[in-house]
Design a protein around this ligand. Structure first.
Ligand code: PHE
Length: 355
């Protein structure tokens, strides 16, 4: 074995070989020409000058120079691929198809919205259409036309949010307020034209209540109104029992308890067997096995008359329920404030139906 060539230019070439991996694209191409170029290339020149040497010298130096040439070619090739990959990454074409996908978070319906939509749909299938009314109402529509006595306690400042009158104090019954229930929309529907009516009325109502586990100052209601010839309490019971079975599930039992509302006579409250203990009695139903879900009754003849509907010819029933309350009963939510907080840890427990 001959000694390796130790002249300084070869040491220099080895240093340049090591530096190839650090060059940028322009420097790499320049170095390729400077080392391996056919005319001026440093290595090319040295290989050419071997021709003048003896066989032994050729063999000794030639092997070394040829090995260097192969190493240069390889290093330059590798660096070229590296730089091209990096450029492609920068352009965004370097998609790693093996990378696991990022989970996309899908928005879902609020549990109260789901309840409202379901109720509207169930009554829609029975021929009820949707009616809407304003949240700012006259005292007359919210109370007077609905047969509230002028001194009814619900009209007290403690329950009702009145709007400050601008300028002159409005006449009796014309004060403006935030509606305390959706029942004034019954009045609006009936005053708009003659019966028959079959409507459900979803909307927000307001009461002068502070937030606590079972109260909110603003909450949803769904009102129902059916007026036609020959409607009786049997229609009311059958319609609402059907609703309970569709909403809570087949075989759901209901019971009606006598109650009082100024705008219905007779009036009742409807309970369903507790959804959480199946009627056995638990904390949610306070041991009774029943949960109250709505108020209802036959439309009071004074209300019909107030709306120019002849009670000798037309009769009807009305009902009202609270979607927040129903959502709480359905899901066992202990505090109504969870339905208002917008806390994702709470809301993500209710994936939307069908998603
Ligand atoms: N408006 C009543 C309430 O807010 C509910 C109701 C509506 C009762 C229709 C009977 C008939 O409590």
């Amino acid at each position: 074995m001959s000694a390796p060539i130790e002249d300084p230019p070869l040491t220099n070439l080895r240093d340049r070989l090591a530096a190839i991996a650090t060059l940028d694209a322009a420097a790499l191409e320049a170095e390729d020409i400077a080392i391996l170029g056919r005319k001026q290339g440093e290595l090319t020149g040295r290989l050419k000058s071997l021709a003048a040497l003896s066989i032994e010298e050729k063999r000794a130096q030639g092997a070394e120079l040829n090995a260097l040439k192969v190493q240069f070619e390889a290093a330059i090739g590798v660096r070229r691929v590296e730089l091209a990959d990096a450029a492609r990454q920068r352009e965004g074409a370097g998609v790693d198809l093996t990378m696991p996908g990022r989970e996309a978070w899908r928005g879902t319906m609020h549990p109260v919205t789901v309840v409202i939509d379901e109720i509207v749909e169930i009554f829609g299938a029975l021929g009820f259409s949707v009616a809407l009314g304003p949240e700012v109402e006259s005292e007359e529509n919210n109370f007077g036309a609905l047969n509230f006595a002028p001194d009814h306690p619900a009209m007290d400042m403690h329950d009702t949010l009145y709007l400050d009158p601008q300028g002159a104090v409005p006449a009796e019954g014309q004060r403006l307020l935030l509606r305390t229930h959706t029942s004034p929309v019954q009045v609006r529907v009936m005053r708009e034209g003659p019966p028959p009516y079959r409507v459900v009325i979803p909307g927000t109502v307001y009461r002068n209540d502070a937030f606590d586990p079972s109260h909110a100052p603003a909450f949803a209601q769904i009102e129902g109104l059916a007026v036609d010839e020959g409607i009786t309490f049997v229609d009311l019971k059958a319609t609402l029992a059907h609703f309970a079975e569709r909403f809570f599930g087949r075989g759901t039992t209901v019971r009606f308890r006598p109650s009082f509302f100024p705008f219905t006579e007779p009036s009742a409250e409807m309970d369903v067997a507790c959804q959480l203990c199946a009627g056995q009695g638990c904390a949610a139903c306070k041991g009774t096995g029943w949960m109250e879900i709505l108020g209802c009754g036959m439309v009071h003849e004074n209300v019909l008359r107030n709306c120019a509907v002849d009670p000798e010819r037309w009769t009807g029933f009305a009902f009202g329920m609270g979607p927040q309350r129903i959502a709480m009963l359905r899901h066992g939510v202990p505090d109504i404030r969870h339905l208002y907080a917008g806390d994702m840890r709470f809301l993500q427990q209710f994936p939307s139906v069908g998603s």
